[in-house]
Design a protein around this ligand. Sequence first.
Ligand SMILES: [N-]=[N+]=N[C@]1([C@H](N)O)O[C@H](CO)[C@@H](O)[C@H](O)[C@H]1O
Length: 825
Amino acid sequence: MTAETTPPIATREHTVEGFVREFLRELNFGQGVDLTRASVNDKYLAMARTVRHYLMTRWLSTLRSQAKLQAKSVAYLSAEFLLGRQLDNALLASGLEDIVKEGLASLGIDLEELRQAEIEPGLGNGGLGRLAACFIDSLATMNVPSIGYGIRYEYGIFKQTFVDGWQVEKPDDWLRLGSPWEFPHPEAAVKVGFGGHVEQYQDDDGVVKRRWVPGWSVLGVPYNYMVPGYDAGRVNTLRLWSARATRAFDLEIFNSGDYAEAVRAQTFAENISKVLYPEDSTPQGKELRLQQQYFFVACSIKDFVDQVLPADFDLHKLPDRIVFQLNDTHPVIAVPELMRVLVDEKGWEWDEAWAVTKQCFAYTCHTLLPEALEVWPVELLGRLLPRHLEIIYRINDEFLAELRVAYPNDELRVRRMSIIAEYPVRAVRMAYLATVAGTKVNGVAELHSQLLRDKVLDDFAAYWPDKFTNVTNGVTPRRFVKLSNPGLSGLITEAIGDGWVTDLDQLKGLEPLADDAEFRRRFREIKYANKQRLAGVLAERDNIVVNPDTLFDVMVKRLHEYKRQTLKLLHIVSLYEKITTGELAIGDVTPRTFAFGAKAAPGYVMAKQIIGLINAVGRTINDDPALEGRLRVAFPANYNVTLAETLIPAADLSEQISLAGKEASGTGNMKFMLNGALTIGTDDGANVEIRQLVGDENFFLFGLTEPQVAEVVERGYHPSAYYETNLDLRNALDLIASGAFSGGDRAVFEPIVSNLLNEDRFLALADFQAYVDAQARVDAAYADTDDWTRRAVLNVARGGFFSSDRSMRDYIERIWHTYPVAPEA
Ligand SMILES: [N-]=[N+]=N[C@]1([C@H](N)O)O[C@H](CO)[C@@H](O)[C@H](O)[C@H]1O
């Protein structure tokens, strides 16, 4: 096939007529229904496929140019991609919004109804998964060649429901109505082995070699998803792997009547990509989890080496062609896997393979919690992946030998840095393996990266200072401003043009308008409209009533003790206690709506308790006529990307109150800032950079700093001392303990109260007074509505740094050294 004979890529007419024709073709020929009898889902699926057609030209030309150019690209390996709904983003990227709205209207179809029909792919837990989705959006928009590799879970993050205020999980059957955004390629399935043993053999030259003989295997079937750049030519690819049995059905066993046994292999295999592990920041050392990690990593490396690279590609040049970015420790098994491929399958010498492997990976750490750093017992890893354990041992032996040269009389240090931990069980420390093999190690906010250097990986930072860097997280302005806040987007574009959508630093142009009364008035109007929109959604979705004429105080993030939803609760309960005892006149209370969104990992008992308490306090407050509706608690169930897109633009106050030194970065904090909410927060994660950029006067800072926390803990922390010396705190805790929110039953929430009084690992009691004082400052500031708006405008104007495009520029400059490639004309 020569250039002359390469058939042109089909194109589509960007006209209302052209779209309507495409849509009806898809409905009739794709869905097999005509308009009169089409269901909403039929119309949605036809719609999605039609929009795909408009993006296809760019996708195919991207693939074609990349196959020709073989430009250096990024492979983003992540166990999670929290994509959110795809339709709106595809319409935005294809510039079809207006054409589609008009075309559908001409057919009597309401675009909004089709939007609501889309089921969000919840293939992630929280920040880490959403970050991956923002990053691949930015890479495509910036024309950087990249491919996302992950798992196509059949069931994503569980659907959260509340039964009497308690979290009850339901399976997230997101594929039940079809999945129009994916392209399955069973013909490109990859075989992945597990178990078995390693054998020694002599190769043709009589050289003794080792090879893995897996005990069983599964097939990995790739599903491709478009990653369309905004206003750019490039459409990158996200490849998610789904597990299948190599032999789906055993007819012989079936004929013997043992039907269950006949399909056991299939069930067993499919389990690997069946469901996402619902833990955020607290990994489960389950065997299936390790199977999932190795499965997608092995598929991805084989796919890249055998399918993406030209057959004659010299793998010694691999580092010039690809960088595998490890999104946390979940894909780190990729390091021994590449070594196995190069040594065992390609027949390379160990040193030859290691020289290449250690130039191909970079590692992003997303946490500071020691319990979140994955370690795999050698017993389990050796049983599931015997050859990989061998390879890890050799990598470690050579590393320790190197250390002993560098630190001749410091065996303790050498032991401390060993990839293999000796106790409590002999295990592989995945973060250490990633650090040894990676060209770069980065944290996700300045403070986090500093704490990685000073505390978590300090020995490694001392040994390899240049290996450690920082890239502060970011969020995509396409989804989290342009799409989710059309009112504000319109106002911004009117004021400074629409360049900000791909160059968020241009928001600085809004700074002078903070002093423009008319601009402030319109800004406030839009915020109010967003609050009304949210009120409408919550009423319909959750039967929750909220009043837009109140301060929307929003805390949405996974439920975790270090994020301190309990501290927010203590503020609310203390307010309520003072009102019910008459210490505070209801008239003096700033009308507030406390909005929560939070899923707890199903096995995280304390987190589920706290959810129960939030709903119990909410019920009591919402049903108490004495409050005259001035305080309300709104806790919609099943917080996800779609709800975030309505909640965040409606917020006045963003709660970022984690204990300093615990939240690696946070990304919700950035989304709130860019949507004109003011932050109340500690100096933790990216809050520090938000405060530095927006200015102290536009940020409600409180609480112990990280060094102060370390000191308190060092000295010995006695939470009950704060209970004894702070009357407001005592009254609030006593009210919870009294059973006031549980029908007088003191036992229900006793575990929370006693934990706070006796342990309080995240110092909620120590920060209580400072937090309450900061909330009083919020009340005072909010009383001056116009000045509040001025500060809100400044938050937007000074938020440009938090674009994931900027994060990508930092990764490119500091870690990847890949460059944008203009798509072929
Ligand atoms: N896993 N993990 N880590 C997190 C989040 N929980 O997903 O990654 C996010 C993305 O880097 C961070 O913003 C957040 O602070 C951190 O806790």
